[in-house]
Design a protein. Structure first.
Length: 471
């Protein structure tokens, strides 16, 4: 009888293991994972990957800009979380980042296809477009009649037979050309490359390659810059463009769909769309020395910033972000309090480091970085150099004494005096409250800490964008 009971128990165990939704050795099922939106709200960060190009995300005159970037800023404000942007122009790598939980959202002009729906969830469309052939007009195009110009260009998709078309690797454009090749019954020689879409458009314009394919929105922006391009030949029917989410992220999809459906009806959305896709200033940006994606430059003072940043061991991009915050790279800038120049030094500080409002830009930058070096020596007890930089920035903005007071308050209230975010920064904010600025550990009294808190946060945030887009 005992043997029979043991056999019965064994059979029950086998059945349980066979039919249970969680079997021994299996990974935890997706349903057991924390809902994606809840995870984002708890962390306070929305992690996004996007493209870097002349419409999605770029730096212009020192400021991060772009259609996708501004839309994402609006979304993160709606959710009440911080936006964390990374860049990658390889579509397959972006999808892998999404599915390996490195990001929460792929925010690009992603065409919605049946095959992609098997890999990702899509938001409601944020735009519609079609794919177009980008080709070069003849050298004498501006002297040709309309009829002669049309005759010189490829207008029938059948004429792509045996032609070589260069496209970005792992893109929807390669997929579309492969399908088009099947449809016309002749081979189209598709050359996939690591070059970005806009690099390929530039190569068509210069004559290095004959054809590429991209979405009409990107083509229109670049056509305004390269007047020898033609983009009037479609190679696809109209397609919806959407953002991609991980499979199963139902709560996040519902939140984004609700926001996006309502936001597209607003004047703010119309303004963003007009700014990047309808304004003639797009060509001005692309032609500017300070369109960073092309020129690699942030300001007219990059060489000086690099030279003096190296002397104090700081990344020049962090110093550039700071100077943008101080003066928007204007050497004649003055503040109501008397601060002046690129580095907005107060008169007493400028005198200490040998400059005046009439000093040339190079001397202003050198004096400002000497002041940073002086502040660095006052925070040497903070071992983490990245943390120390935040304290130095705060000291540069509000004065050393107020930062030392905030550190003393942090220590008294059980916070870490060597960590800025969520520790000392909290007490910079509280130094406008008499319960704190009258505390015996405080030596320098009241300060309006909100300005300093925002100053550090803005510089570090902009620095992240510079790191994303500037080698």
């Amino acid at each position: 009888m005992k043997i029979q009971v043991n056999k019965l128990n064994s059979m029950i165990l086998v059945l349980l293991l066979t039919f249970s939704c969680v079997r021994v050795g299996d990974p935890v099922p997706k349903a057991a994972e924390k809902p994606r939106l809840k995870s984002i709200m708890e962390s306070g960060i929305l992690r996004v990957v996007t493209d870097f190009n002349s419409s999605s995300y770029f730096i212009y005159r020192g400021q991060p800009m772009g259609y996708q970037y501004e839309m994402l800023q609006e979304l993160s404000d709606y959710l009440g979380v911080k936006l964390e942007v990374s860049v990658n122009n390889d579509l397959q790598e972006k999808i892998e980042m999404l599915n390996s939980n490195k990001v929460d959202l792929v925010a690009v002009n992603l065409t919605v296809t049946k095959e992609r729906r098997e890999e990702v969830e899509f938001t409601v469309p944020h735009a519609q477009t079609c794919q177009v052939l980008v080709q070069r007009k003849p050298d004498n195009w501006d002297r040709l009649s309309n009829r002669s110009l049309e005759d010189s260009l490829l207008r029938n998709q059948l004429d792509l037979a045996e032609k070589t078309v260069w496209v970005q690797k792992n893109s929807a454009y390669a997929e579309r050309l492969a399908n088009l090749s099947d449809e016309i019954g002749y081979p189209i020689h598709i050359r996939e490359t690591d070059d970005g879409v806009e690099d390929l458009i530039a190569k068509v314009a210069s004559g290095e390659i004959e054809f590429t394919v991209c979405d009409e929105i990107t083509a229109q922006i670049n056509e305004s810059y390269y007047n020898n391009l033609d983009i009037a030949t479609p190679v696809s029917f109209p397609q919806s463009l959407a953002w991609a989410l991980p499979k199963g992220a139902t709560d996040l999809k519902e939140a984004i769909d609700t926001w996006l459906t309502d936001f597209k009806k607003t004047s703010k959305y119309a303004s963003i769309h007009r700014k990047y896709f309808e304004s003639k200033k797009s060509a001005e940006r692309l032609d500017s020395d300070f369109f960073t994606n092309i020129s690699g430059k942030i300001s007219p003072y990059d060489a000086m910033i690099k030279e003096f940043s190296k002397e104090i061991g700081w990344d020049w991009r962090l110093v550039a972000s700071m100077i943008y915050q101080e003066s928007r790279f204007n050497p004649q800038a003055t503040s109501w309090a008397g601060a002046y120049g690129l580095m907005q030094l107060m008169p007493a500080t400028g005198k200490r480091f040998g400059v005046s409002p009439q000093s040339p830009a190079k001397m202003q930058i050198k004096a400002g970085l000497n002041f940073i070096s002086w502040l660095n020596d006052r925070f040497l007890d903070i071992q983490d150099q990245d943390e120390r930089k935040k304290f130095i920035l705060a000291g540069y903005n509000v004065g050393l004494g107020h930062v030392l007071d905030a550190r003393a308050l942090a220590l008294k209230h059980g916070k870490n005096p060597n960590v800025w975010d969520d520790h000392v920064a909290e007490f910079i904010l509280l130094k406008s409250d008499p319960r704190y600025y009258n505390d015996p550990v405080v030596k320098y009294g009241y300060c309006r800490g909100t300005e300093t808190y925002k100053y550090v946060a803005d510089i570090m945030d902009r620095y992240t964008h510079y790191q994303n887009l500037i080698p």
